[in-house]
Design a protein around this ligand. Structure first.
Ligand code: DGL
Length: 267
């Protein structure tokens, strides 16, 4: 199976893109809803939680896991790839959303002035900036933490005035820098894409990591038959969550576009 992990529901928007691009595979989704948000937590805690999730998904039979959570991709992926996988699961793989997003942003940016909006944790890790600069040292990167966007969306206020107010506030410094590309560096922000489009110039390329990662995943599977041939292809989907709150149904539908039935698990 392909495991898809997020701190909560937001990763369902990433999974939805995978299902559109690669529907034939079996997917196991895990949302750590009991411990969301990850965006405000320390590096050590994000690594600990993410590693527990990865272990759980491997134990369920996943051979490839995508960290749909940007905060986990930014703060935990490298340590898991370098210090955990080689010792515990040398034949399995864990991939994230930062590298595919960065590659796409650089390919689409004409003037190499790239804005990034993300959680506080992702911005503090500088992961997007570091990876963008590795591929193109001349790129100018402007980051903006948007701590209120996740709670606004999780409270169902994504279409309301408060979302407009905060988007205007968060986007203003980036627009002031005359960015030509904007990375939506958090699972939740694709929900706000129509609103974001209203505030940025139509020339600005908006990069949604879910869409981009789905295309790159298809490419990865073609280039890695040693992983691809171990994946089951019966079109099955299973959803796991560490907490099932009364709002689960609404939020899951918001990100997934349809209702899902989830099982509660403990990591
Ligand atoms: N999934 C997180 C991300 O993409 C956002 C929610 C959280 O803070 O845990 O960064």
């Amino acid at each position: 199976m392909i495991g898809v992990f997020d701190s909560g529901f937001g990763g369902l928007a990433v999974l939805r893109e995978f299902l559109g691009a690669l529907p034939e595979y079996d997917y196991l989704y895990l949302g750590d809803n009991a411990r969301i948000p990850y965006g405000t937590r320390s590096d050590a805690v994000v690594l600990q939680f993410t590693q527990q999730a990865v272990e759980y998904l491997f134990a369920q039979g996943c051979v490839l896991i995508i960290l749909a959570c940007h905060t986990a991709s930014a703060k935990a992926l490298r340590a898991i790839q370098q210090h955990y996988l080689p010792w515990h699961y040398p034949n399995n793989r864990v991939l994230g959303v930062v590298i595919p997003t960065v590659e796409e942003a650089l390919a689409r940016s004409r003037r190499k002035r790239i804005g990034v909006i993300a959680t506080e944790g992702t911005v503090a890790s500088n992961s997007f900036k570091i990876e963008l600069r590795k591929l193109d040292p001349s790129v100018q990167v402007f980051q903006q933490a948007c701590p209120l966007l996740v709670p606004i969306i999780e409270c169902g206020e994504q279409d309301g005035e408060v979302a407009d107010l905060m988007l205007r506030k968060y986007l203003a410094p980036l627009l002031h820098q005359d960015i030509d590309t904007l990375i939506l560096g958090c699972t939740h922000y694709s929900i706000l894409k129509p609103k974001i489009q209203q505030y940025v110039n139509s020339q600005v390329e908006i990069i949604c990591s879910g869409e981009v990662t789905a295309v790159k995943l298809a490419d990865y599977l073609q280039r890695h038959p040693e992983i691809e041939t171990r994946l089951s292809r019966r079109g099955r989907r299973r959803y796991l969550t560490t907490d099932l709150t009364p709002r689960f149904r609404d939020l899951a539908s918001l990100f997934m576009g349809e209702e899902i039935a989830a099982e509660v698990v403990q990591l």
